[in-house]
Design a protein around this ligand. Sequence first.
Ligand code: FAD
Length: 397
Amino acid sequence: MDFYFTADQQAFRREVRSWLAGHVPADLKGRGFAASRADREHVARLRQWQRELHAAGYVGIDWPSEYGGRGASIMEQIILYEEMSRAQAPQPLNRGGLSMLGPTLMRHGTPAQRERHLAKILTAEEIWCQGFSEPNAGSDLANLQTRAVLDGDVYVLNGQKVWTSMAHVAEWGFFLVRTDPSAAKHKGITFILVDMKAPGISVRPLRQITGEAEFNEVFLENVRVPAANVVGKVNEGWGVAITTLAYERDVLTMIRHISLRTALERLVALARRTKRNGHTAADDPVLRQKLAGLAIAERCLQLNGYRSLTKILKGRPPGPEGSTAKLFWSQVDQELAEVATEIIGPYSQIAAPSEWAPDEGQWEFYALLARGSGIRAGTSEILRNILGERVLGLPKD
Ligand SMILES: Cc1cc2nc3c(=O)[nH]c(=O)nc-3n(C[C@H](O)[C@H](O)[C@H](O)COP(=O)(O)OP(=O)(O)OC[C@H]3O[C@@H](n4cnc5c(N)ncnc54)[C@H](O)[C@@H]3O)c2cc1C
């Protein structure tokens, strides 16, 4: 790809930079890397932030204009990400809707589904959650058991989902359900859109190692969902889900990069002001090496992300190689949390709201949050299997 920016793109960068300078709310600035979406009040703030971004024309800028986007090019999208990280702005709240369901509906949805859902994804009026994982179906997702039985023009859903991020605040969910239990594992699965307020759905928050409850168990008891909510063909949901998962691992990782860069910049600032033995942590040769290593890794992640986004913009869907980005991002994320812990020393264990917690406890929270990075959106072991078998062509055994 060409890394030079045209005059128009430079003008766009100036426009975004000046807009962000006047609009990133002080209470959200710089906090995106160590925040969860558990607290309802915080979610309401982030919903408002996405609305503001949208009103200014900065949400879904790469979506075609017929779907409410700006129809902008890859370069504008990249410029926006760069400027958001520079301004330490939080990401849009509706990540699942914007980066997973939206592109999936554009590829596999009906015109009525696109008409009904896409605009409200952009404005964050309707937040989406992803109901894929189950107690016995995580890495082995095709083992899922939640049943959907057709009754007239309605599917009746029964079963349980787990680890459903943001289900407690979501208006809608995209679910995988089993519509043909007699078919082979991957064959009888259907992708369906579920109104999270439908009778029969109960959501129970699960407390995480961070102390917050961002994800949930979702129980479905005779939940009636219109058959018109099926995305793609009945029993062919696995193919639809693969599209969604590829976007999750690829595009979403690119977006996560915003918060990673924010974390890195804050870590460097922390190293510069943390004194030990008469000099700052930034003067320590070993820590300097580690910080430089993280900066290089962050840049590699960014450039690799550009490559994937270029491919998507050229109309090709993300492929299995997108797993590299997710795998590498999770390693960098966890290393960054470890270096922060090393720089801060024993104080790194102190959580908010203690007055002794450095940076209001953000690093303590981040170190715990990062443990999940190697699990969510595909565990590191599974991603290595995908890369080994489907990209490198290594034998399965
Ligand atoms: C923060 C967070 C948010 C999440 N949000 C959502 C969400 O919104 N919606 C959703 O549907 N799910 C969500 N998940 C669930 C996530 O997708 C699963 O946790 C993940 O797919 C792993 O499944 P599992 O937890 O059942 O672990 P398992 O699949 O039981 O794996 C356990 C261990 O065995 C290893 N393993 C399993 N199979 C193999 C194999 N074939 N080869 C080598 N090693 C293997 C795994 O790598 C792992 O170390 C979230 C998870 C986290 C941590």
